[in-house]
Structure formats: structure tokens, C-alpha cells
Design a protein around this ligand. Structure first.
Ligand code: P71
Length: 465
């Protein structure tokens, strides 16, 4: 059969609260045109993030009841440890409350002034934790990863030529480890090939530099390898995931993505001395090593989620439903990052709202209109999130791409929700020339996108600029 169905039945549901466009106009005004300041109850379809927003299975909820809450040596920890070890092969498995807590511990150990951490593309919390330690976070994406409309199989790869030059330039002694983020979130959820991971490992090993994976979306990445890379079509996703981890010396993981839970993460590694330091830090900031920052029940839910994520019926449905949204938009000429990634569709706002210059935030204009038109919450990834002011002139320096991300929570929305999202976006696309630009009226000095306040520009306020 051609139709790919949701490989689950729905046992428990949450109502969606319906609002009118008129209500949403008022709500958005009160939220200062920033979707982070909306109440979730005022949102009809929430595509802000795929992180921590998954629907858990009946077996995961059963695990929640079954969780062992012993302070030390909980049986839930041993189930969690065994599952993660079987998947990753790493010797030391250290639970944390989420991904960034694993990053904080890792870079407190290996970071510091004068050190450099290369990555295909750092996610913003990873970059923040590297920089907080005093080290420098350096992105080494391939040129094809930076072209939104170019179709290629592995746009998430790290640039091996640039990595070799980087090691020569900075010196292996100043690079305590290198990271590869799978899939590459900041570049559109694009996958990294096995060949790229293997060759990066070879190059790093020759220089005595360990490789760590940022493994949040490892299963989606493994699925892409199975379907796009020669030699992998007959392997199971689990075998492919194990091979990916076999080239690494450790990983950080936000279980809020591919472990299908609402909270959790871990840090894993082979090195005994590093693990000892990590556990000592863990006790100070997170908790005792057999629970980290989590309850026993959370560890049960993660172990169960890691089994479920490797189900190929689930992954086929997952990747296909993101593609389905991408196809609905592409067919009508809406510009998006191609090909669709694993967890989200990214609208190319520079082309969608070509009349709005980057300093008037074209992505924010689309985000606001998707909310008022259809109650859909998305997020700007462009000049609002990454714009910096030139200290000399005070002018905004924009990143290369202006994107709007529509991230799909796992197992939460059905095909008709996606059809509705396509309909709303096409309605806004038809009226795109009338979208106003926006000005920021209040902002914080760092990570301004979370709390900034905006106002739409009218003809009068634009002339006044
Ligand atoms: C996403 C998130 C969640 C998020 C975090 C911060 C700002 C906005 C949204 C989190 C990631 C990620 C990668 C590749 C590490 C983390 C941190 N992503 N690496 O995409 O995508 O994990 O949230 O559990 O601390 O919406 P954490």
C-alpha cells in the first residue's frame, strides 16, 4: 500500500482551544508580537519546538508508574544505563536533567580560555556552554549546507578540509575535543553521512583529538543514512545508530528529542578519568550519579523511548510526515530549505517576504501572520535570533539566512493538522506582499529572541526611520 499511516492508535487526547482571528490579533498584540510570550492555551497548532513536546506511549506511562525512586542504585537507573550502553557502546553513562546540563559538565572539564571546539554547527546552548567556559566554539559546515534551495543528501556534514586546516592552524593540543551534531539542527535538521562521521574520526584520531556526538536526533539521522547512503539499505536503523556511535568517544544527548520524553538527557563517554570528573561535577550541580537531574520514573520513560524510536515504522511515518508538509508548501511555490529535514520545515523568509529587509525582520513578520491567520506558533531563526549590532555603527549585522522553523512534535499531530498548517501558510503566502515589517521596542543583551518586544511598522513609522 502507498499510504503511510500513523503507526499508533490514540488512547488519550488533549482538546485544542479554538480562537478567532480577531481574538488572536488582540492576544498577539498583548504578547508584544513575540510567540515566546504567548500562553500555550492560546495556540492551536504549536510548532515552536520538537523538544520535550512528544506524546509518550502507554508503555512509557506504565514506566512512569513503575519507576524506582531509590536515592541510590535505583532499578530504573540500571534499565536506563543498560539501554543507553547497548545503543551507544559507551562505558560511562551519566544522566542529566536535559541536554544543556550534559554540555555544561563536559565543557567545564575540557573547555577554558585558549581552547577551541569545532562542530559541524553548534546548537545555541552548546555554543553558549563552550563560550561560558572561556573556550571558542567554531562552526565548520560544508558550503552546500548554506544554500537553502540546493537539494543534496547530507547537507549537515562537517567540512573535512576545513577541519584539517583548523587542526593545523590551532594545534591539536588546543582542541580538547570535536563535536558533530546529528542531525544538524541549526542548518535545517539536515543529516550527516556515516562516511563523514567515519572520516572525521580518522582525521581526529591521527591528531589525538576525541570525537563527541551531539546525539539529540540520532535516530532520524540513522534513518536518513539507511535511505540515502550506499551500503546501508539492508541494515537496521539500530545497527546504523550503533555504527555512528562506534566512531565517537562520547556524546551529549537531549532525551527531549529522540528519546520521546518531556524531560531528560545524558552525557556518555569511554574515558575513565573524564568520567570521574564528570560524576564529581554531577553531584554538585545535578544529583547522585544513579539519577543525575532526574526522577527514577524519568529514567524508565527514557529507556522505553529509546526502544520505541528505533522502530522503523515509526521513523518512516516521522520522516514522511515532515516531508508531506514540505511537499504541500513546495508544490504551491513556497520557498523552504530543501530537502525537508528530520524534525522541521524551515521557510526561507528572505524569499517569502522579499519586500521586508533583514533589519525589519521578515521571519518575525511571517511568524506573526501565521499566528493571527491560523493560531499556528512557529519560531524565527534569522536576524531576531542571531542578529548582532555593530559596536562602531550600531547597525544590525544579519546572519546569512532568514528562516521560520515549523518543528513537528513527535506523535502529536495527525495528517489533517498538517493539511490545515499548509492551508494557513498558503493563505499567508498569497497575501505576502502586504505583510508589514517589525521593529524591536525592547530587548535583552543576550538571547534576545526569548523576551524581545516588537511592534509592526506602519507606512508612517517606516517613513520616520
Ligand atoms: C530546539 C531545542 C530546544 C531549544 C533550546 C534553546 C532555545 C530554543 C530551543 C535543543 C538542543 C539541540 C541540539 C542539537 C542541544 C540542545 C539542548 N534544541 N543540541 O531545537 O537541538 O538540549 O534543550 O535538552 O537542553 O527547539 P536541551
Amino acid at each position: 500500500m502507498k499510504t503511510i499511516i500513523e503507526p499508533f492508535k490514540i488512547k488519550s487526547v488533549e482538546p485544542i482551544r479554538f480562537t478567532t482571528a480577531e481574538e488572536r490579533r488582540r492576544i498577539l498584540h498583548r504578547a508584544h508580537y513575540n510567540p515566546f510570550l504567548l500562553r500555550a492555551d492560546d495556540v492551536m497548532i504549536d510548532l515552536l519546538t520538537d523538544s520535550g513536546t512528544s506524546a509518550m506511549s502507554a508503555k512509557q506511562w506504565a514506566g512512569i508508574m513503575d519507576g524506582d525512586e531509590a536515592y541510590a542504585g535505583s532499578k530504573s537507573f540500571f534499565r536506563f544505563e543498560e539501554t543507553v550502553r547497548k545503543l551507544t557502546g559507551f562505558k560511562h553513562i551519566i544522566p542529566t536533567h536535559q541536554g544543556r546540563a550534559a554540555e555544561k559538565i563536559l565543557f567545564s572539564i575540557v573547555g577554558g580560555k585558549g581552547k577551541f571546539i569545532p562542530n559541524n554547527t553548534h546548537f545555541d546552548t552548546t555554543r553558549a556552554n563552550v563560550e561560558f567556559s572561556g573556550a571558542e566554539a567554531v562552526d565548520l559546515p560544508t558550503p552546500e549546507g548554506m544554500q537553502p534551495d540546493l537539494i543534496a543528501d547530507f547537507k549537515g556534514n562537517i567540512d573535512l578540509g576545513k577541519l584539517a586546516a583548523f587542526i593545523r592552524d590551532k594545534g591539536a593540543a588546543n582542541i580538547p575535543l570535536a563535536m558533530i551534531t546529528v542531525t544538524n539542527n541549526s542548518e535545517g535538521g539536515q543529516p550527516v553521512s556515516m562516511k563523514n562521521i567515519r572520516e572525521a574520526k580518522k582525521l581526529l584520531a591521527r591528531n589525538g583529538i576525541p570525537l563527541f556526538l551531539d546525539a539529540c536526533r540520532f535516530a532520524e539521522n540513522a534513518y536518513f543514512i539507511k535511505h540515502r547512503e550506499r551500503g546501508y539499505s539492508r541494515k537496521t536503523v539500530e545497527e546504523i545508530a550503533r555504527e555512528m556511535f562506534s566512531y565517537a568517544d562520547g556524546c551529549t544527548m537531549s532525551a527531549k528529542k529522540d528519546a520521546l520524553v518531556n524531560m531528560g538527557g545524558f552525557l556518555a563517554m569511554n574515558d575513565d578519568a573524564m568520567a570521574l570528573q564528570a560524576r564529581n561535577l554531577l553531584i554538585v550541580t545535578e544529583g547522585f550519579p544513579t539519577y543525575g537531574g532526574l526522577a527514577g520514573r524519568d529514567l524508565e520513560a527514557i529507556a522505553q523511548g529509546l526502544d520505541e524510536i528505533l522502530d522503523e515504522h515509526y521513523l518512516t511515518y516521522r520522516i514522511r510526515s515532515v516531508q508531506y508538509l514540505g511537499e504541500g508548501l513546495t508544490r504551491a511555490g513556497v520557498p523552504i530549505v530543501q530537502p525537508p529535514g528530520g524534525h522541521a520545515i524551515y521557510i526561507d523568509a528572505k524569499r517569502f517576504a522579499a519586500h521586508i529587509p533583514p533589519h525589519e525582520y521578515p521571519g518575525q513578520a511571517i511568524v506573526c501572520e501565521l499566528y493571527t491567520t491560523g493560531g499556528i506558533r512557529s519560531v524565527e531563526i534569522g536576524s531576531v535570533m542571531f542578529g548582532k549590532y555593530d559596536p562602531a555603527t550600531g547597525r544590525l549585522i544579519s546572519p546569512p539566512m532568514e528562516l521560520v522553523r515549523l518543528a513537528i512534535p513527535r506523535r502529536v499531530y495527525t495528517q489533517s493538522h498538517v493539511d490545515y498548517v499548509v492551508e494557513v501558510i498558503l493563505d499567508v503566502f498569497a497575501r505576502r506582499a502586504s505583510l508589514p515589517g517589525y521593529a524591536i521596542t525592547e530587548e535583552a543583551p543576550v538571547l534576545r529572541h526569548f523576551t524581545a518586544k516588537f511592534a509592526p511598522l506602519t507606512k508612517r513609522t517606516r517613513r520616520g526611520k
